[in-house]
Ligand binder design. Structure first.
Ligand code: AMP
Length: 425
């Protein structure tokens, strides 16, 4: 049997995980500085949650969800994090406890997309949600936080695309204006877009099909149909971003693939790097109607979600510093038992320690120690046990000396630390 990971789903092997850990830690520490706390929700939710929040006529709901039945319940592997977070917010009546809530999450999402570089069926998102702030300061703060954070990670070649979808009836008004423009051009649209003309015409603006791009030429911009309040909100977001010195481009064509957005909408794209076509690092915006639509009170919200694989592709690769390691090489029965005790003592002092208990030859153990990049080898044979010492070999310095067994762990930890490595007591 040829067993492989499911299509579009990847293993992350230990030689890659260091970059993931660094990225995740950098994300957590940054958003926590802004007052966000972590939320963890189930990886599966009732299917209806996604249908109602993301929207029936979106690609995600139409064809990308991993849905299964369990008893008489239809469940779906979460394709994104906002819907589950909103469900939790309503379910736990969080609005009754605090007027303003800042949550972040980090974890795998699932979409049955056609896999390619930067696009997978299981991928990781990190995101934030703010509940209870109608903005526009929080909109600008979020965008500024993300741009500065990406810069610190070494991803400085980014463009912020900014749009407003309006609140209230703006979207509906615009939909009508767009259909009026596209209907006479229907015959020249691609198949998907012809269907979308009825189900979800705004998505046609997102299409990369050259026929659709041509048909959209000269279409009205949503920014032209905003009402006064939408316009004032958008102007204020822009004024604050200008003051913060965070560049953006106003992009009236930006719609993104989810139906729940209102007013501010943004996407940050990488301009260089290894990303290729899938160059959207993150997307976000306001969704002021979702909490009400899920049965909660009217609470304005804004959030974003970032694809961690894409950020990793855009980030420069830096060599990983090796973690200083002690290798314990036991020889003989008593040596093995004593070596295990020594290894435990070293680990209790915080020293990374690997013991080779395979009863191999000294030569093979030294080979293993050097391939691991261990700094020190602690040799514990029956002879050392008799003399109450441990023989410590410094691989780089080609030096070897006995140290008294009684305080060997502390001595070895000190030697490791003096080589410029962490790990002492
Ligand atoms: P979305 O949840 O569709 O708004 O996407 C937000 C971000 O998640 C995107 O900008 C990508 O970075 C990432 N993303 C979305 N879908 C995928 C996917 N299939 N594979 C990898 N990353 C994805």
């Amino acid at each position: 049997m040829n067993l492989q990971a499911p299509k579009g789903m990847n293993d992350i092997l230990p030689d890659e995980i260091g970059r993931w850990h660094r990225l995740e830690a950098a994300f957590r520490s940054t958003v926590e500085l802004f007052g966000y706390s972590e939320l963890r929700t189930p990886l599966v939710e009732p299917t209806q949650l996604f249908v109602r929040s993301i929207g029936e006529a979106t690609d995600i709901v139409e064809k990308e969800m991993f849905t299964f039945d369990r008893g008489d319940e239809s469940l779906t592997l979460r394709p994104e994090g906002t819907a589950g977070a909103a469900r939790a917010y309503v379910e736990h009546a969080v609005h009754g406890r605090e007027p303003l809530t800042r949550w972040y999450y980090l974890g795998p999402m699932f979409r049955a997309e056609r896999p390619q570089k930067g696009r997978y069926r299981q991928f990781y998102q990190a995101g934030c949600e703010v509940y209870g702030d109608a903005g526009p300061a929080v909109d600008a703060e979020m965008i500024d936080m993300l741009v500065r954070w990406l810069e610190r990670l070494g991803v400085s070649d980014v463009t912020v695309h900014l749009n407003s979808l309006g609140a209230g009836g703006t979207r509906e008004r615009y939909r009508a204006a767009l259909v009026e423009h596209l209907a006479p051009r229907e015959a020249s649209l691609g198949d998907d877009s012809r269907r979308r003309l009825v189900t979800n015409p705004l998505r046609i603006l997102d299409s990369k099909d050259p026929r659709d791009v041509a048909a959209c030429e000269g279409a009205p911009s949503i920014l032209d149909v905003l009402d006064d309040a939408d316009r004032a909100h958008f102007a204020e977001v822009r004024r604050l971003l200008d003051r913060l010195g965070t560049p953006y481009v106003v992009d009236g064509r930006l719609v993104r693939g989810l139906d729940y957005y209102t007013r501010t909408l943004f996407e940050i794209r990488a301009t260089g790097g290894e990303l290729g076509a899938q160059n959207a690092l993150l997307g976000g915006g306001r969704y002021d109607r979702m909490i009400g639509e899920l049965g909660g009170p009217e609470v304005p919200c804004i959030g974003f979600a970032m694809g961690l694989e894409r950020v990793l592709l855009a980030m420069p690769r830096e060599p990983l510093a090796a973690v200083p390691t002690v290798f314990v090489a036991p020889l003989g029965d008593r040596g093995l038992a004593e070596g295990m005790v020594l290894a435990r003592e070293l680990r209790e002092l915080g020293v990374r320690t690997e013991l080779d208990g395979r009863r191999g030859s000294m030569k093979s153990m030294l080979r293993r120690a050097s391939s691991l990049g261990a700094s020190l080898v602690a040799i514990v044979g029956d002879g050392e046990v008799d003399r109450a010492v441990v023989s410590v070999k410094d691989l780089a310095a080609h030096a070897q000396a006995d140290v008294p067994r009684a305080d060997a762990a502390r001595t070895i930890a000190g030697q490791l630390a003096s080589k410029g490595a962490p790990g002492g007591a």
